[in-house]
Write a protein that binds this ligand. Structure first.
Ligand SMILES: Nc1ncnc2c1ncn2[C@@H]1O[C@H](COP(=O)(O)OP(=O)(O)OP(=O)(O)O)[C@@H](O)[C@H]1O
Length: 259
């Protein structure tokens, strides 16, 4: 059974079919790319997968369960976490608290135990802090734990967003342009980090990315959207020379320089 199965999904805004007839199958443990020119429908697809938009056609099955119509927090609880194209951190909170927030959304303890400050509240709080620190260590952000998130350089804010998404304990991690705004060195480190967390946390990862070096370098399969339609799917080798993909990218071969 596939971990994620998207069957003919789509959404229409007024007269515009932003995404239509979208089919995708992700198997457990895969690292897959979603690419396409600007406005192709990539972020809209993520919004469909995470309950931000309700599909006007088709269905989304995750881990054997139909997701259509579930609100985003339920989708997160069912095992899908994401990052955003425009970083969405709690900018006034510390780096550590940004990760702890993810645990709070999953915490088992009741509101009463935190109001009355029962021992279980303190042990759970300590547990969350320890786990959050472990994530910060993996993302090399531990030394900034008390810094406000807004004060981190851009590349580190992107890493913090991934750490927070991971802290929610997903089976499927969706990364929306994780390398945007990063320099080549940061992008290289990010590639290694993505490969590492996939192994370490037994994740399935779907990423949107304009940096072709990153996509072609780490993804096993790639889906290509253009004008809301899937135009190709296959290994990086297949995608690189696929006629429809070349046409969508202005007639140039999809090389590392041309996203
Ligand atoms: N809420 C909305 N209302 C109306 N149109 C929308 C909405 N969200 C997306 N669209 C439209 O859907 C199309 C696909 O947009 P989307 O942001 O998914 O593209 P994208 O592939 O992620 O592009 P980019 O690479 O530039 O981020 C665009 O034409 C966009 O204007």
């Amino acid at each position: 059974m596939a971990l994620l199965e998207v069957k003919n999904a789509g959404i229409q805004f007024g007269g515009l079919k932003a995404v239509s007839g979208f089919n995708m199958r992700l198997n457990q443990g895969e690292l897959v790319g979603l690419i396409g020119p600007n406005g192709a429908g990539k972020t809209t697809s993520f919004n469909l997968l995470t309950g931000v938009y309700v599909p006007t056609e088709g269905e989304i099955i995750f881990n054997g369960k139909r997701l259509n119509g579930l609100p985003p927090y339920k989708v997160t609880q069912s095992g899908i976490s994401r990052t955003f194209q425009n970083i969405r951190l709690f900018s006034e909170l510390s780096v550590l608290d940004n990760v702890k927030v993810a645990y709070h959304s999953l915490a088992k303890n009741s509101i009463l135990s935190s109001i009355f400050r029962l021992p279980s509240h303190f042990s759970e709080e300590k547990n969350m802090e320890d786990k959050a620190l472990e994530f910060l260590k993996i993302f090399k952000l531990e030394r900034f734990k008390d810094e406000k998130a807004k004060n981190l350089p851009y590349g580190q804010q992107r890493r913090l967003e991934i750490a927070r998404a991971l802290a929610a304990g997903p089976k499927l991690l969706l990364l929306d342009e994780p390398a945007a705004g990063m320099n080549p060195q940061e992008t290289h480190e990010l590639m290694e980090l993505i490969a590492f967390i996939r192994e370490q946390f037994d994740l399935t990862i779907l990423l949107i990315e304009h940096d072709m070096q990153l996509v072609m370098g780490i993804c096993e399969r790639i889906y290509v959207l253009d004008h809301g339609q899937l135009i190709a799917e296959g290994t990086p080798e297949v995608i690189r020379s696929h006629p429809k993909v070349i046409e969508a990218y202005l007639g140039e071969e999809v090389s590392d320089e041309h996203a």
